[in-house]
Design a protein around this ligand. Sequence first.
Ligand code: 5GP
Length: 176
Amino acid sequence: MEQINPDVLISEDDISLRINALAKAINEDFSGEELVVICVLKGAFMFCSDLIKKIELPVRLEFIQLSSYGDGMTSTGNVKIEMDVSTTLKDKNVLIVEDIVDTGLTITTLLKMLEIRDPKQVKLASLLFKPSRNKHKVPIDYLGFEIEDKFVIGYGLDYAGRYRELPYIGVLNAGN
Ligand code: 5GP
């Protein structure tokens, strides 16, 4: 497989510093409470892993997988649950952990799907947000970084199934 060198958009150190700040806010907001953390697969796995290491509350970790994007760079516009959480959300404090809010369609649909399960409250942590592409207003309670309209990879995010393992957020340059 050919070697690629994406351009670094957000470094490993900057991600780590930002996650510390987000975790601090979460620890304060949910002080004395338990949290069901829902990691949205696959893109949020690395962010979620690093974030929960800094959360000093009793956490139950759950995973959910949705389909909205295919292998390319454009949305199919159709969001489905491919794999659901394995616990009840009734009366629970829920923190959804997402990789990126782009048009907002995926997360808006997920929020509606979870709301009918009667949780105590639902908050959203997203590593990235592309304001220029946003169509569906999404309340991001804990946001990592706002980015411009570029297709990003790394730190969990893929392009056609690749680059998730990179420890930083990058953009594919013309040479790649
Ligand atoms: P939305 O429904 O908000 O338009 O899209 C959200 C999903 O699209 C994200 O969870 C992610 O899977 C994918 N996505 C949107 N923008 C990007 C991007 O720049 N890079 C990658 N790898 N995925 C993206």
